[in-house]
Design a protein around this ligand. Structure first.
Ligand SMILES: NC(=O)c1ccc[n+]([C@@H]2O[C@H](COP(=O)([O-])OP(=O)(O)OC[C@H]3O[C@@H](n4cnc5c(N)ncnc54)[C@H](OP(=O)(O)O)[C@@H]3O)[C@@H](O)[C@H]2O)c1
Length: 173
C-alpha cells in the first residue's frame, strides 16, 4: 500500500536509458520511493546490471505498467533542438488529450545542461565553462537535480499536472 515515504509502492515503472546518467538516477530514485522497475538500456550491460543489482529486491514478472520514463531526443544543433522542443511541446499536449478518459497523464521534463557522460562527450573545457557561466546558479546540473520532479510526476499527487513541458535547468536559458 502506498504511504508517505513510499508513494510508488506496488507501482511498476519502465525507465529507458537506465544504465547511466539521468536515467540511472531516476531509476534509483523511483526505487527508493517504492516503485518496481523495468530497466532498459542500449549496449552497456555491465552498468545496467549494476543498476539492477542496486534496486533489486527480487525478480518478478511485470504484468502491468503504471509509469513510463522515456529518455528524450538526441542532442543536435541548437536550432534543431528548438524545433524539437516545439514539436515535443505539441506532442505532449496532443498525447494528454489523446489519453482523455484513461486517467493517464503525459508530461515532459526538459533538463538544461546536466553533468553526464553524454554532456561531456565532444565538449571542450571552454564549452563546459561557458555552460556554467550562462547558468544563474553558476554550475552544471546534476542528474539528482532532475529526479525529484520526475518522482513527483510519477505519484498520484501530480494528477493535475498534465500536458506540460517542465524545465529543470537552474534558470539556464
Ligand atoms: N545531459 C544533458 O545535459 C541533457 C540535457 C537535456 C536532455 N538530455 C537528454 O536526456 C537523455 C539522457 O541523457 P544523459 O545525459 O543521461 O545520457 P547518458 O548518461 O549518456 O545516458 C544515456 C542512456 O541512454 C541509453 N541509450 C542510448 N541510446 C539508446 C537507445 N537507442 N535506446 C535505449 N537506450 C539508449 C544508454 O544506454 P547504454 O549505456 O547501454 O549505451 C544510457 O543508459 C538523453 O535523451 C539526452 O538527450 C540530456
Amino acid at each position: 500500500m502506498a504511504t508517505g515515504s513510499n508513494p510508488l509502492q506496488d507501482r511498476v515503472a519502465i525507465v529507458t536509458g537506465a544504465s547511466s546518467g539521468i536515467g540511472r538516477a531516476i531509476a534509483l530514485h523511483l526505487a527508493s520511493i517504492g516503485a518496481k522497475l523495468v530497466l532498459n538500456y542500449s549496449s552497456n550491460k555491465l552498468q545496467a546490471d549494476l543498476v539492477a543489482k542496486s534496486v533489486e529486491t527480487r525478480r518478478r514478472r511485470a504484468d502491468y505498467i503504471d509509469i513510463i520514463i522515456s529518455r528524450g531526443f538526441a542532442e543536435a544543433g541548437k536550432r534543431y533542438i528548438c524545433g524539437i522542443e516545439a514539436a515535443i511541446d505539441t506532442m505532449v499536449k496532443i498525447l494528454a488529450k489523446e489519453l482523455k478518459g484513461t486517467g493517464i497523464t503525459a508530461n515532459c521534463v526538459s533538463p538544461g545542461p546536466i553533468a553526464t557522460d553524454m554532456f561531456f562527450a565532444g565538449r571542450t573545457k571552454e564549452m563546459v565553462q561557458k555552460a556554467i557561466d550562462e547558468c544563474p546558479l553558476r554550475r552544471l546540473g546534476q542528474s539528482e537535480d532532475v529526479v525529484p520532479l520526475v518522482g513527483f510526476l510519477a505519484t498520484d499527487a501530480s494528477e493535475w499536472v498534465n500536458g506540460q513541458v517542465i524545465r529543470v535547468n537552474g534558470g539556464y536559458v
